[in-house]
Design a protein around this ligand. Sequence first.
Ligand code: C6P
Length: 427
Amino acid sequence: MSTPSSTTTATTATRAATAATATLDVARVRRDFPILATTARGKPLVYLDNANTTQKPEAVIRATDRFYREQNANIHRSSYVLSEVATAAYEGARERVRAFLNARSTREVVFTRGTTEAINLVASSFGSAFVKEGDEILITGMEHHSNIVPWQLLCARTGATLRVIPIDDRGALVLDDLHRLLTERTKLVSVVHLSNALGTLNPVRAIVSYARAKGVPVLVDAAQSVAHLAVDVQALDCDFLAFSGHKLYGPTGIGVLYGKESWLEKMPPYQGGGDMIASVTFEKTTYAELPHKFEAGTSNVAGGAALTAALDYVTALGLPAIAAHEKELLAYATARLAELPGLRIIGQAPEKASVVSFVLGDVHPHDVGTVLDTEGVAVRTGHHCAQPVMDRFGVPATVRASFGLYNTREEVDALVAGLRKVREVFG
Ligand code: C6P
């Protein structure tokens, strides 16, 4: 049995040297991801679906393996040494997330199953305490369904109304409408940081400033952004922020709700059960301290250990270096795609990151995806769980290539070659 923090020390030291140069050695980084050396349909795998989920480096795979081999026990409940080790792994992950987001305290870091559950937690808990008939929740026209439906459910329960900041033809927010739509009735603004369907990077700091001046809290859906740019919750000054481990080179089944302690203290528990209580009698239950008040039942302990490894990995490479690499790749992809007759990029906002969404003439995106798949190129086709975005641009679906830290220009070239093949097949 060994301590949880030593898992990635060697890797971290090696990576720190790379980070110091602020450029990404992509060829070397790719060797950390075993799946990238595999084939798909007999061709080298070209994985361009990172907005959906990212592939996992050896460090994350090893941390999961090691947890179950050497550290597995339930946490917070037992006094034997193995349980102490597992608890340290899990609470160590919380501290790692705190540092990653620059939160003030681990009391502000709640583990969830992912972004979706984190947003549902706020809609349910904040909603039951602070939202009533006649109130309004303000979102944007480029939200993922996970940042629409929980608020619709809340509105149906309370009689509140959902308002939507529109997007313009480039896929940028119409910020003047924020000023019109944010009123004394607004109880919360919930906005995506980086759009999964358009690649638009929203000015969340400016949105928070504006809302703060009116006394309105802001939730940031950072599901897409955390893997592509450094996110600092104190600099953003947001009240809540949600992300998923699996989009950040970490495991599925674990994510994070960051919440300002002042809000979390005032919010009731989301679910009831073990580990979230201080004491229970049939007459009265009192709740555990933050953040455990919001974590009912047995947690994803192995997920925590693996998330630590993922955050160590990304931090050692350096988010500025990752962002610079992906920016260059997005520019290259945008230019190469423009060579293809009839290709229309959906989402051309001035500030974008890591995602290019497009349609190819009148070939259905699913057909495009099928042909690309025969070439080993994995992209997502469909509405990307953002149907209102498709409606806004008058398309049923798009093809979406989304980049991660290990993607290369050669892979963009493979995408473009695959699209030429689509043209040959469908004319
Ligand atoms: N988007 C995509 O292919 P979960 O499923 O809880 O990990 O993440 C939900 C979610 C919330 N917000 C945004 C902006 C997202 O992009 C996602 C997940 C994936 O675009 C799967 S639909």
